[in-house]
Design a protein around this ligand. Sequence first.
Ligand SMILES: Nc1ncnc2c1ncn2[C@@H]1O[C@H](COP(=O)(O)OP(=O)(O)OP(=O)(O)O)[C@@H](O)[C@H]1O
Ligand SMILES: [Mg+2]
Length: 175
Amino acid sequence: MTAARHCELHTNSATAQRTEALGAALGGLLAPGDVICLSGELGAGKTVFSRGLGAGWGAAVPLSSPTYNLAHEHVRTADSTRLYHLDFYRISGSREAETLGIYEILDSGAIVIFEWPERVLEILPAEHLWIDIMLREDDGRTLHFRAQGERHAALLNELRQALVVKGSGAHVTGD
Ligand SMILES: Nc1ncnc2c1ncn2[C@@H]1O[C@H](COP(=O)(O)OP(=O)(O)OP(=O)(O)O)[C@@H](O)[C@H]1O
Ligand SMILES: [Mg+2]
């Protein structure tokens, strides 16, 4: 099967546990070089989703909100591969990301998770999985996934299959 170049998925999450489980499902599918962008207002659930991502991937230490550091480096116990969890809420812009060594991080082959990616649009790789987490009036969340590039489209298709198997009711559209 040829992966669509452009692929989207919508799903709902009624609870923080469900959002974390969605992150864990995606985390188990991540490969070196994958770039995950988590967008949403304050308190939307980006860090909850990241915590699931880290757990599903196998991080040695749980992912948490990087309060003082803009970047947290994580190692997977199983194979010593790396994942960077970046929270750019407090960043002044792409120039500061450059001084933090963002290009070295992106070139390292590690998995990179961005919270507040819209703060650094200029330095984001063209190929990524963008996830919007939106608050609903009933306090639930709607998650909208959009893949850019074949690798991330394939990743999203794998996630869709994993969610369909679990009967999550996710809706997927693709070109
Ligand atoms: N369906 C849900 N999904 C995710 N979080 C939820 C949900 N329902 C309630 N919550 C709560 O919303 C909060 C989300 O906090 P979180 O730190 O993940 O947000 P954030 O998007 O990372 O915000 P910030 O930009 O401030 O870092 C948590 O307290 C979580 O328990
Ligand atoms: Mg956060």
